[in-house]
Design a binder for this molecule. Sequence first.
Ligand code: X8Z
Ligand code: ZN
Length: 605
Amino acid sequence: MALAVLLALTAGAAQAQAKPKAHGKPTVAEARRFLAETEQKFDKLNLDGARAEWVGSNFITDDTEAIAAYFGELQLDAAGQAALQARRYNGLKLNADEARKLKLLQLTLMLSDPKERAEYAAARAALNGAYGKAKYCPPQGAPLASAGKDCLALGELEKVLANSREPAKLLDAWSGWHSQSPSYKQRYVDFVALSNKGAREMGFADTGALWRSQYDMAPDAFAAEMERLWQQVKPLYDSLHTYTRYKLRAAYGPDVVPATGPIPAHLFGNMWSQTWDNIYPLLKPAGDTTGFDLTKVLEERKTSAKEMTQYAEGFYTSLGMQKLPASFWERSLLTKPRDRDVVCHASAWPIDGKDDVRIKMCITPTAEDFTVIHHELGHIYYFLEYKDQPVLFRQGANDGFHEAIGDTVALSITPGYLKKIGLMNQEPDPKGDIPELLKRALSKVAILPFAYSVDKWRWDVYGGKTQPADYDKTWWQLREQYMGVKRPAPALANGFDAGAKYHVAADVPYARYFLADLLQFQFHRALCREAGYTGPLHQCSIYGNEKAGQKLRAMLQMGTSKPWPEELKAISGEDRIDGNALLEYFAPLKAWLDEQNRVLAAQQK
Ligand code: X8Z
Ligand code: ZN
């Protein structure tokens, strides 16, 4: 009942949206009034939309999907109308904030046909739900058939990939998950067409061009920046890939791992081969005798999801940030419910733009989730710090900044820090630099070509260069070319391997993670300097340093009120995203990898 009233009220609010006036010269006063009214409307619509989407992802049913789609449609309608109106005021003499708001308002899709709007919102909600519900039910005789359960959700399949060293099981987990996405391929194809239509109505070439326009520079310039950055860090990736091949060959034999060419994708400990830290035991240097394993410690202590979150909260409060609001603890979803389907992919939610912030994550006591929870709280503290900005500025300086904050903090999870908070008993080994750097590289360096190529694929899909019949072909061309990995089994007839990745199914842009991977090292270096630290970057932890915290908070508080280069400059003195800080951080590892590779190559001869 209450919900019905809510629906009716919001529908009324959307209809009441003023239509653009067709005549008369627009004035500055009108523009100001328009902005004020729009921000008020967005505040309300965002709140309703966030609640509906939250419920849709937390309790996946046909009804919640319909409710999420309904509110999504209202938001799309309002955004489209506001964008059209905003256009009218382009070129007026407004102050910098007002001009920026008008610009931001026009970076959106616009579907004027209500039927298409409804279809777009329904497809979006359905794809999100389909991904969240997907399960692999191994047929009799399959290597995972005896895993104790009839059907395995993504989290269970990921566990197999992380821990098993039996190629047959790895392949079954990998193929099982990749056999799910074909069921929603057609929905995705339809969605792409609608999305493009919306981008074109707003004057963009396609949705890819709209995405690339969101970085305070021309879309082509952004694509060129991405390529420049990739070329900058590629030599480091190549060294890591070469070393990993030697070690995988040693573990699985030359029949499974070829001496040259791409490596089968199921061997990297991760469903998408995007991070490789789970196979650290196969790759660890002979010198690593400490055997320290954070996962083991967390598991043995039965660290709860709440405790994992509190560890992360403790880091942020040590930088001078507030404790998480009580409602965060009451409303977040921290563990996978046993009795219903949820989208488990970790996410952070600014529900009301103020203190109602939540995360949704199926936390397990592992080193990986220990990092992910710091990542998620990075989003949460960004929300909390910019909550006093007007609604249109309540975003990251760009989306890469938003993704980089928690990771920046997680770079300070050093052995020294773990010792300090009691998660590591032994003294950190001073000779332990290479093992620590290698572990880090297995996530931070390994992900670079993946993070670059996901949207390279999507740009071509949205741009029409890649047609649905070629989705898999181009997906794997990119994986082979950039990552040096290949599909471990023949392609499926109507395969949709890209759709096996959350961000493709849920239509979340991915270039942000590539940028974040570089930005976080720029932030880390800047904050370590701010803290007065002068040693090697990989040993720096800003834990407990309020001066560094203050510097970070000043940037978070700006939201997206300024073009991102200005915000980057304020925190780091640099005004370009750059791979230099990452390369500096990993310099000792690069030298070590190249030496290992030289020796290993000589041994093969
Ligand atoms: O999706 C995420 C976060 C939520 S924004 C958990 N990440 C990317 C992924 O999982 O693919 C973090 C790093 C890359
Ligand atoms: Zn994130």
